[in-house]
Ligand binder design. Structure first.
Ligand code: ADP
Ligand code: ASP
Ligand code: MG
Length: 914
């Protein structure tokens, strides 16, 4: 046991708060100044932890000449510690020992493990380490609330102990706890006075959480009648600090100390503190945040245990952080390298340094859930493709992200071919102690870029600017650019090395989610591909790549504009089909916004489509298109967003360009954009080709009939369009299909209006504008640069009635003009023909028309019934016999169906399985 003689350094006893306290002068850093402070300490125990700390301060300032370190002598008796398979090492994280009930559960697990010997590493109770760091923070900010915060720490442990223990065990724990708290009070008082805590003071303070949890757990196991000792890992684990603010274990020294410790505590169940250790000079230190996993791995290696089980609050290692990707799946096995890469890149289920110590002895790590004992967990062990019986399942095992990074880009033509530039850059970075997380250098050597934690980037930038002042002034370096607010996304998998196309799929998924990549790195081992992206894109990116590789669900955030007849029918169709899409097609459509012209409704988790009408009325807020767009796009969780414009509004159509520019996909039956001003249409199409944003508008012509897609298919496969001719208006189709026998035209119009087949004012149909828009759309789709204005349209509304004030007046006067059309019909009939109102795209003549034409009675257009549309494509391939598409081309159900199938087409483009 280390014993510290303080006689020569301690000054006279002070007027300290508690009897037996004393005061010494210890040197502390105050800002950058070394000052001397009076520090009061409570009663030193037989083996006081403070002794480590005091000694640290004194030794480091070279004022101590008389501290006697008797902790280590060379008389270690070897051979007492039985190493090897008889040992099982378990580690329980903070949540596992979060309260008294959980500590009992942990004790159950320990007791039930039938290994011959057990070493259990335990973290502090959940949140306690944060509370301890907070104490230091308060004290050094000279905020005396550290006292009440310390009281809370005491109370938490006192209450837990009261729940768990009784008799002597309780009394001795509480005595120790109160003692520790008193010592901490003195220590924090010193920090408060100095306004500063040295690293060893901090490490000493924060490690108490583990001291208490380990003692309580050991006592609970003893209560079950088993022989169990607790271990203060500072007596055993020796680690040396490194320049990169980490610590390296000294295995040789730790092994010696362990042997010695074991000779005095040879128990078959040992509960050891995680997180804390000593320096070679016996100064208390820690393995840094989340370091208990690392402690356990070192213990596993020291004991050569047969397994290391890390107990936590999730079922194992997931393919992505389950808090960010709800579809993440548990990985049954991981190789050591894969686990290391996952943890290095931010999967905090495992501390990255856990792997190396156990890997050396081939000790498997199993990650298990204390709250779900039936889950087998994830096994991390040695794996290779060649090993018999082992099959590496997926090329990409998992994804992880690191936030709060900045990218540093050092650029300049003077770097090419100049040896030592990279080393100069990174030595400047090292001098400020920054941690470089990834590096990427263009092969032209014109730029080196690397990612560092955001909080370190200022120092890095200053160091580089100072190191390269001359090169910058001389123009050899053009800039040292800092790009803040970045995140890293890494794909990890051992099999990536031997599987072509993994990066292509990875980048493709990112491109489809419209995520810009700022830097890329892929190591030679190819165990990971790393990209740097904007922080705000991080979760979307993670979900996009995850769903691509795991074929979980293609998620699409949907914003519906115009919940009228068509929009409303669409919402109902989505409601009815959502479950099937999710289960069978792996498509997760989430309508996260609905906006009408006056009200809008939004919900990030998806609007309840069984009640959207009521919700809209009850919870709708005033409509605001900018806010709506921001909402649909601004959600950071669903990788892709689509706006579905179900209006006939030109203003809404004018938003498409900006939506596409922002990476929002657009689906619409609204004809206004594609038949509107030519320059705007061309701008949209140009953007569409250049970007990964999709624009689908099948329902603009023929509702749900496959007209645009048929035309596209013909063009894309190299066919040449000669002519498109068709009956594009359901209303006009109905009117002329029924304008037979002795019936007058006005009579048929009145009947159609009555049946709801016309617009409220039938002149909107009869004017031919709607057909003209469709012809314009098809003409443009075929490559003609036509404008609606230049298209000759035969208006069926008699001239004198075009100015009628109301639909009623129009209907009333229409019979007066029946004669003209009756005459035309009779003439046609006499020639064995019928009248049909058609739109024509004449691709050869580069023109379009909308007119009333006559067709032979055996022509397909003459055979039509009801309100069907019919479209004939005459092409070089379909020359003798045109390709005909026929069917109902109007009505809410079929139009909504057409829009819906565009939304699904989009999902397939985005990676849903077909
Ligand atoms: P403990 O206190 O037990 O050490 P941690 O909080 O350090 O627990 O680690 C467990 C947490 O890690 C989980 O609750 C989970 O939210 C998070 N996590 C992040 N990435 C992953 C991943 N890929 N697989 C599993 N858990 C992950
Ligand atoms: N208790 C320490 C921390 O919270 C170590 C650990 O739990 O791994 O950082
Ligand atoms: Mg942890």
């Amino acid at each position: 046991m280390p014993v510290v003689s303080l006689t020569k350094v301690a000054t006279s006893p002070s007027a300290a708060t508690a009897a037996g306290n004393f005061t010494i002068r210890v040197p502390c850093f105050y800002g950058k100044r070394l000052v001397s402070n009076r520090v009061s300490f409570g009663n030193l125990r037989r083996r006081s932890c403070i002794s480590h700390c005091v000694r640290s301060e004194l030794q480091s300032s070279r004022v101590l000449g008389s501290v006697i370190d008797s902790s280590l002598d060379n008389s270690v008796e070897n051979g007492h510690l039985p190493k090897g398979d008889s040992w099982a090492v378990h580690k329980f994280g903070g949540t596992c020992v979060g309260n008294s009930e959980r500590i009992k559960d942990v004790a159950d697990v320990v007791v039930k493990d039938d290994s011959e010997r057990k070493l259990v590493v335990v973290s502090a109770m959940a949140k306690v380490t944060d509370m301890m760091y907070d104490l230091i923070h308060r004290a050094q900010s000279r905020d005396d609330s550290y006292l009440s915060a310390l009281e809370a720490v005491l109370e938490k442990h006192r209450a837990t102990a009261l729940d768990l223990l009784d008799g002597d065990e309780l009394a001795s724990f509480l005595a120790r706890l109160h003692d520790d708290i008193n010592n901490l009070k003195a220590m924090l008082r010193a920090i408060y006075i100095a306004g500063h805590a040295t690293e060893s003071f901090s490490d000493f303070v924060v490690g108490h959480g583990e001291l208490w949890s380990a003692q309580m757990l050991a006592a609970v196991v003893r209560k079950r009648g088993l022989d169990c000792t607790w271990m203060d890992a500072r007596d055993v684990l020796v680690v040396s600090p490194t320049s990169s603010n980490q610590v390296d274990p000294d295995f040789v020294e730790s092994e010696k100390r362990l042997e010695k410790w074991f000779t005095q505590n040879s128990s078959k169940i040992i509960i050891a503190t995680g997180f804390i250790a000593s320096t070679p000079q016996n100064i208390p230190t820690t393995l840094k945040r989340d370091g208990s996993d690392f402690s356990a791995a070192i213990m596993g290696a020291l004991f050569r245990s047969h397994q290391l089980t890390i107990w936590t609050d999730v079922d194992g290692v997931y393919s992505a952080d389950p808090r960010k990707v709800s579809e993440a799946v548990i990985l049954q096995t991981l190789s050591y390298q894969e686990a290391w890469e996952m943890s290095y890149f931010g999967a905090n289920v495992l501390h990255p340094r856990t792997i190396i110590p156990v890997m050396k002895y081939d000790i498997p790590i199993v990650i298990r859930n204390i709250f779900n004992l039936s889950a087998p967990g994830t096994m991390i062990c040695r794996q290779s493709e060649d090993e018999d019986g082992y099959k590496l399942d997926a090329p990409v095992k998992g994804f992880a992200t690191i936030d709060n990074l900045a990218l540093v880009n050092v650029e300049g033509t003077g770097m090419a071919g100049v040896p030592g530039t990279a080393s100069a850059i990174f030595s400047a970075v090292k001098e400020v102690g920054a941690n470089v997380i990834m590096i990427s250098q263009a092969s032209s050597e014109h730029s080196v870029c690397f990612a560092v934690p955001e909080k370190e980037v200022k120092a890095v930038s200053e160091a580089l600017n100072s190191r390269f002042r001359e090169a910058l002034a001389g123009g050899r370096l053009s800039q040292i650019e800092i790009i803040p607010n970045c995140s890293i996304l890494a794909a990890v998998g051992q099999k990536m090395a031997s599987t072509p196309g993994v990066s292509a799929t990875f980048f493709n998924a990112l491109a489809k989610a419209n995520i810009n990549i700022r830097a890329i790195a892929q190591g030679c081992s190819e165990f990971n591909i790393t990209v740097v992206i904007k922080r705000e894109d991080c979760i979307r990116a993670l979900r996009a790549v995850h769903s691509r590789f795991y074929l979980s669900r293609t998620m699409l955030a949907v914003g519906i504009i115009g919940p009228g007849l068509i929009g409303g029918t669409l919402l109902d169709q989505i409601r009815d089909q959502a479950a099937v899409l999710k289960e069978e097609f792996k498509i997760d459509l989430r309508v996260i916004g609905i906006t009408g012209s006056s009200k809008m409704l939004m919900s990030e988790s998806g609007i309840d489509l069984s009640r959207w009408r009521e919700l809209m009325k009850e919870e709708g807020e005033p409509a605001n298109m900018e806010k709506f767009t921001q909402y649909v796009k601004g959600n950071h969780f669903i990788p892709n967003s689509v706006m579905v414009d179900c209006t006939a509004d030109a203003d809404i159509a004018s938003c498409y360009y900006n939506w596409l520019l922002r990476g929002i996909h657009v689906v619409t039956p609204n004809k206004k954009a594609n038949s509107g001003p030519l320059d705007q249409y061309l701008k949209i199409r140009d953007l569409q080709r250049k970007s990964y944003a999709h624009y689908f508008y099948e329902a603009t012509v023929g509702a749900g009939l496959p007209i645009i897609s048929t035309l596209r298919g013909l063009l894309e496969t190299g066919d040449k369009i000669l002519r498109i001719e068709g009956i594009f208006s359901g209303t006009l189709s109905y009117l002329f299909n029924n304008f037979v026998g002795t019936r007058s035209f006005s009579e048929v119009v009145a009947e159609a209006k009555q049946a709801g087949f016309t617009e409220p004012d039938p002149r909107d149909d009869l004017s031919g504008t709607d057909v003209a828009r469709k012809v314009t759309i098809l003409a443009r789709e075929s490559g003609l640069k036509l404008d609606l204005d230049g298209l000759p349209v035969q208006n069926l509304v008699p001239k004198p009635l075009q100015a009628c004030a109301s639909a009623e007046e129009f209907m009333e006067k229409l019979p007066q003009f029946d004669e003209e059309l009756s005459k035309q019909r009779q003439e046609a009939e006499a020639a064995g023909e019928v009248l049909r109102y058609v739109g024509v795209v004449d691709a050869l003549g580069k023109k379009g028309t909308v007119e009333l034409k006559r067709y032979k009675k055996d022509h397909p257009f003459a055979q039509l019934s009801g309100a069907d549309n019919i479209i004939a494509f005459t092409t070089t391939r379909y020359y003798e016999q045109p390709l005909i598409v026929r069917g109902p081309g109007a009505g809410a159900q079929v139009t909504a169906g057409g829009i819906f199938s565009d939304i699904l087409r989009l999902a397939f483009y985005l990676g849903a399985p077909s």
